[in-house]
Design a protein around this ligand. Structure first.
Ligand code: PLP
Length: 269
């Protein structure tokens, strides 16, 4: 009998029951890229497309119990880590990454929702910096997240490069700072700075004018993990991930042919 040889990617993230972000967005992205999804929940959140109402978090034990049996089967080719609300969970993930042969993860430092709800406690951010960053294959902060992690103020490409270099000295193998939140509108043309192994690339993309689309950080980091699982290089994975996010934003904003003609309007959701 032929076995399915498609690689698995594992997302370790929060569950957003409305499907806009978190595990559901990650799993859909893995499937889009032809990678089989595995998932462990860090937090069961209560939210809809407008706002977050609360969450109940997993414990270190329940997170370990979800992940270990899956890891022991040895089929995980890439890992994406999203919402890690407590220091307890950050430390447990760091232990699991050190003790097992899980691949170095793509870490999306999810600090707060687009609507402003804190998804990570302060102690958890500290633990992320000291314990998890040094184990990351790639860290994918947006500008506000990079500012929190480095203490720098970031308002242009030079600041993004400086923050990226600093995050690498804090231990991450590579960092992608996403420029979508730059204050300077003229620089906003979706520039991202990828600093990998000392090699800095500025990636530019089309700026798509649209209302905020939820889950883009989740989608980008899981797309990169999926492409890594398929054996693509880090830079190829980031470029493919960016393109998929752009396509998702265009679709959400009703800018694609299919959505525009299906719904007869261009207002998105
Ligand atoms: N909820 C969960 C479980 C998430 O993982 C994230 C982001 O990663 C969010 C909410 C925030 O998403 P958004 O920025 O779309 O509000």
């Amino acid at each position: 009998m032929m076995h399915n040889t498609q690689p698995f990617a594992l997302t370790i993230a929060g569950l957003d029951p409305s499907g806009g972000a978190g595990i559901i967005a990650d799993v859909s992205t893995f499937v889009h890229f032809g990678v089989r999804p595995a998932a462990a929940i860090t937090s069961l959140t209560f939210q809809n497309s407008e706002r977050v109402f609360g969450a109940t978090h997993e414990t270190a034990d329940s997170l370990r119990a979800q992940i270990l049996p899956v890891v022991e089967e040895g089929r995980i080719a890439a890992v994406k880590i999203g919402m890690l609300p407590t220091a307890e969970l950050v430390l447990e993930i760091a232990r699991l990454l050190t003790e097992t042969d899980l691949p170095a993860p793509v870490v999306d430092p999810v600090l707060q929702s687009t609507s402003g709800y804190a998804l990570m406690e302060k102690e958890a951010v500290e633990a992320l910096v000291t314990e998890l960053m040094p184990l990351a294959r790639l860290l994918t902060p947006n500008i506000p997240e990079a500012e929190t992690l480095t203490g720098l103020q970031i308002s242009d490409e030079a600041d993004m490069r400086e923050a990226a270099a600093m995050i690498r000295t804090m231990g991450a193998q590579a960092v992608l700072i996403k420029g979508g939140h730059l204050n300077d509108e003229s620089e906003r043309s979706a520039i991202d700075v990828l600093d990998g192994d000392g090699d800095v690339k500025v990636l530019t993309g089309e700026w798509i004018e649209s209302p905020p689309v939820r889950g883009t950080g989740c989608i980008l980091s899981s797309a990169v993990a999926a492409c890594l699982a398929r054996g693509m290089s880090l830079e190829e994975s980031v470029v493919a991930g960016k393109e998929f996010v752009a396509q998702t934003i265009r679709q959400e904003a009703g800018l694609t042919q299919r959505i525009a003609s299906d719904s007869g309007n261009t207002a998105g959701r």
